[in-house]
Design a protein around this ligand. Structure first.
Ligand code: PMV
Length: 320
């Protein structure tokens, strides 16, 4: 039976994320560490009796159709607006945040309480529209939030964040698409698995050490591991000259570690910078890059969201 759409307006919110260690290899069954950040995507849905208006972006339209079909809600008459303070399509999990926010908004619209597992499963199906074959890390962190270790087919592992862990996130200027970078790496791997498999295993080892470093609150060690991870990401062919230059600048200005985060091929870098994150963000900005600071210790302390927490506050003090 088709559910009654009541109230006629509803909102859902979900956070973006950074991958601290392990992007790409997580697609190949290895583990990765990710954390939600204090940047969000908010989806507002409204229902009217007017004929359905397809969204200009074909993937967004398809995402709404997939979500509505899975949740047995008529697409007809659904209108959607998106507000965000999360930079989009730069490796910070915006499509997963949008997917989770959309599921939460649809649930609210039909007065349904979904558990986190159901939200995450719906969001994964929507993510497939954007990404093809995502590992599931982005929709998991957007759903459950906090600092997590993720490995396909294994239970999600919440990790402790023992101390303030300031990160600078800076955004490269070149346009990029995660789907393309993931597909190109897949074809390189298919051509030469014996070259790539050992690199994937090396990253898995870094991730395991990273879990220990977080548990010990050892930021020096975490920074070293991030640097080592970036070196392997370069060998995987997913970094760019611009990202490498940004990372070199961050290290020269006191970052304990810096690496690309997310899909790469452009997009965002993260820099672990306990000494003066604000100063490093300013340096990026004066170099013409968009940058902001976040702190995993403050925003990601293993607090699993309840399904009712669709009304997370957008951060009014964000700089971008
Ligand atoms: O670029 P993003 O934010 O979608 O992150 C992609 C992470 C990858 O590991 C490269 C892909 C995946 O599905 O895990």
């Amino acid at each position: 039976m088709t559910p009654v759409l009541h109230p006629a307006r509803a909102r859902g919110v979900a956070p973006g994320k950074v991958i601290l260690l392990g992007e790409h290899v997580v697609v190949y069954g290895r583990a990765a560490i990710a954390a939600s950040i204090d940047r969000h995507v908010s989806v507002q849905l409204s229902v009217s009796d007017k004929a359905p208006k397809a969204f200009a972006d074909a993937r967004l339209e398809q995402a709404v159709v997939v979500a509505a079909t899975r949740m047995n809600i008529p697409r007809h008459g659904l209108d959607l607006s998106i507000e965000t303070n999360l930079p989009l399509a730069v490796g910070l999990g915006s499509s997963a945040a949008l997917s989770v926010a959309l599921v939460r908004a649809l649930a609210a619209l039909t007065n349904r309480e979904l558990d986190l597992e159901a939200i995450c499963a719906h969001a994964y199906a929507i993510e497939e529209v954007f990404h093809g074959h995502p590992s599931g890390i982005d929709n998991s962190v957007a759903t459950y939030q906090g600092l997590i270790a993720f490995q396909r087919g294994k239970a999600l592992r919440p990790l402790p964040c023992r101390r303030s862990t300031p990160l600078v996130v800076a955004i490269g200027r070149s346009p990029r698409q995660t789907r393309k970078v993931v597909t190109e790496l897949r074809s390189r791997w298919q051509d030469n698995p014996s070259r790539f498999e050992p690199l994937f295993d090396q990253v898995q080892e870094l991730v395991e050490q990273g879990i220990d470093a977080l548990d010990d609150g050892d930021l020096d060690r975490l920074g070293t591991l991030m640097n080592a991870n970036h070196a392997i990401l370069k060998q995987l062919g997913v970094s760019t000259d611009e990202l490498d230059a940004m990372i070199a600048m961050a290290r020269a200005h006191g970052a304990l570690g810096a690496k690309l985060t997310g899909g790469g091929g452009g997009g965002a870098v993260i820099c672990l910078c306990p000494s003066d994150a604000d100063e490093l963000a300013r340096r990026f900005e004066s170099g013409g890059w968009q940058a902001f600071t976040t702190d995993l210790g403050t925003h990601s302390r293993g607090k699993y969201a309840s399904s009712k927490r669709s009304e997370l506050q957008l951060d009014p003090n964000c700089r971008n």
